[in-house]
Design a protein around this ligand. Structure first.
Ligand SMILES: C[S@@+](CC[C@H](N)C(=O)[O-])C[C@H]1O[C@@H](n2cnc3c(N)ncnc32)[C@H](O)[C@@H]1O
Length: 391
């Protein structure tokens, strides 16, 4: 499985229209994943504001078709560099950006687009603008690089090298421990429900209890769309590799933990993004799954709640969010001291802005209903990190 095959796969994925997306069995799951990304970006940009950065410089690594462009506008980005291995995706991202720029009459961040294999090339050599970045975001993509150690290390270096000291690296990725647990629960290494299936390729590795740290291949099919093979990225290993690149962990959460943390602050946005499905459905509307998918909310009677079908929830439980910060050297800290007065002024301005945006927000209130089976999500495997020397 080479990076070229990943590019070929993503280049051949058909772009879907809004109507197709609405009809999809996983309409709410997709919206939900977008909500998680929005909350994560929000959390990171709030931390940057605390550092006095109001218009962050952003590197969107493995940006795909530019699905996060609007989020960068909301984050008041100064500039965004978008990189992906799939040239067709980069063309679509450019097209979307141009549309946004025209709609906003040029009052939008500047953007730069690059087709690049981040497991092989040095991104810094390709970047036109060498000024350091405040935030790198890598959504649902980092794990592809875990095909082997060299690729993973190169990808990770590319993610963090462009950051300034104090800069933040955020991302989402499949939760390796959860996936191994789900595959082990099944007889043939395949977990399956009505929206997704996850098959671990080498079942013997699971039986031996030792999937490899790199090259642990699995196949994820979502809503019948076959994806290219993916690789487990054990979080303790990822953390170890990032620490070697001068990063420190801010947080890691499973998606269910992230929901618990962000559901109040993000409730309005959740309503607007239609991240949850209304149960019971309005008259004339259909639920996206069969009745067996909503047993956990059967008791709500006529008081509608926001929820996800059981199968979508199981898919949600397969992911993690994380954030790391680039460590500052004593010299960097000295520079920060000199700017303290300016930082305070910026912080006050930013606080006023946050207050205003809260007042501006209008949207349906939603209630997040958790499932009884949540506890299952936190079962984990012990991971040992044994690595070869620097590649
Ligand atoms: C699941 S998509 C996620 C896209 C986007 N980040 C999002 O959240 O919608 C994974 C992306 O990773 C990109 N990718 C995979 N391997 C890559 C590599 N070696 N270098 C750059 N991009 C890569 C793919 O082309 C694809 O666009």
């Amino acid at each position: 499985m080479s990076a070229n095959q990943v590019a070929e796969h993503y280049n051949s994925v058909k772009q879907t229209g809004i109507d197709d997306r609405k009809e999809s069995r996983i309409f709410h799951l997709r919206n939900f994943n977008n909500w998680i990304k929005s909350q994560l970006i929000n959390e990171a940009t709030n931390r940057l504001r605390d550092d006095g950065v109001r218009n962050p410089r952003i590197f969107d690594l493995a940006c795909g078709k530019g699905g996060d462009l609007r989020k960068w506008d909301i984050a008041r980005a100064e500039t965004v560099t978008m990189a992906d291995i799939a040239s067709v995706s980069i063309d679509q991202a450019k097209g979307r950006y141009e549309e946004m720029r025209q709609r906003n009459r040029n009052r939008i961040f500047t953007a730069d687009f690059m087709v690049v294999d981040c497991t092989k090339e040095d991104i810094m050599e390709k970047m036109k603008d060498k000024k350091p970045y405040d935030l790198t975001s890598c959504q649902f993509a980092l794990h592809y690089s875990f095909v082997d150690e060299k690729s993973a290390r190169t990808f990770i270096r590319n993610a963090v090298k462009p950051l300034r000291p104090g800069g933040i690296f955020i991302g989402t990725l499949p939760d390796a421990e959860r996936i191994v647990w789900a595959a082990r629960e099944s007889e043939d290494g395949e977990f399956k429900n009505s929206v997704c299936s996850i098959r671990y390729e080498n079942v013997d590795e699971l039986r031996d209890g030792k999937p490899p740290l790199f090259g642990a291949k699995f196949h994820f099919v979502l809503d019948s769309q076959v994806n290219c093979p993916e690789f487990l990225a054990y979080f303790p290993l990822l953390q170890h590799l990032l620490e070697q690149e001068g990063m420190e962990l801010l947080f890691v959460k499973t998606f269910p933990e992230a929901i618990e943390e962000w559901k109040e602050a993000g409730a309005n946005l959740m309503g607007r993004m239609r991240a949850l499905e209304k149960y019971p459905a309005d008259q004339g509307e259909k639920l996206s799954g069969g009745p067996e998918e909503y047993k956990h909310v059967e008791g709500v009677g006529n008081n509608p709640v926001g929820t996800l079908s059981e199968s979508e929830w199981q898919a949600v439980c397969m992911y993690l969010v994380f954030a790391f910060r680039k460590r500052k050297t004593p010299a960097d800290n000295g520079k920060e001291e000199e700017n303290t007065e300016e930082n305070h002024r910026n912080e006050r301005k930013a606080a006023e802005e946050v207050d205003r945006s809260v007042v501006d927000e209008a949207g349906e209130d939603v209630e997040v209903k958790r499932r009884k089976t949540d506890e299952d999500v936190f079962k984990s495997e012990k991971t040992e990190v044994e690595l070869t020397k620097e590649v």
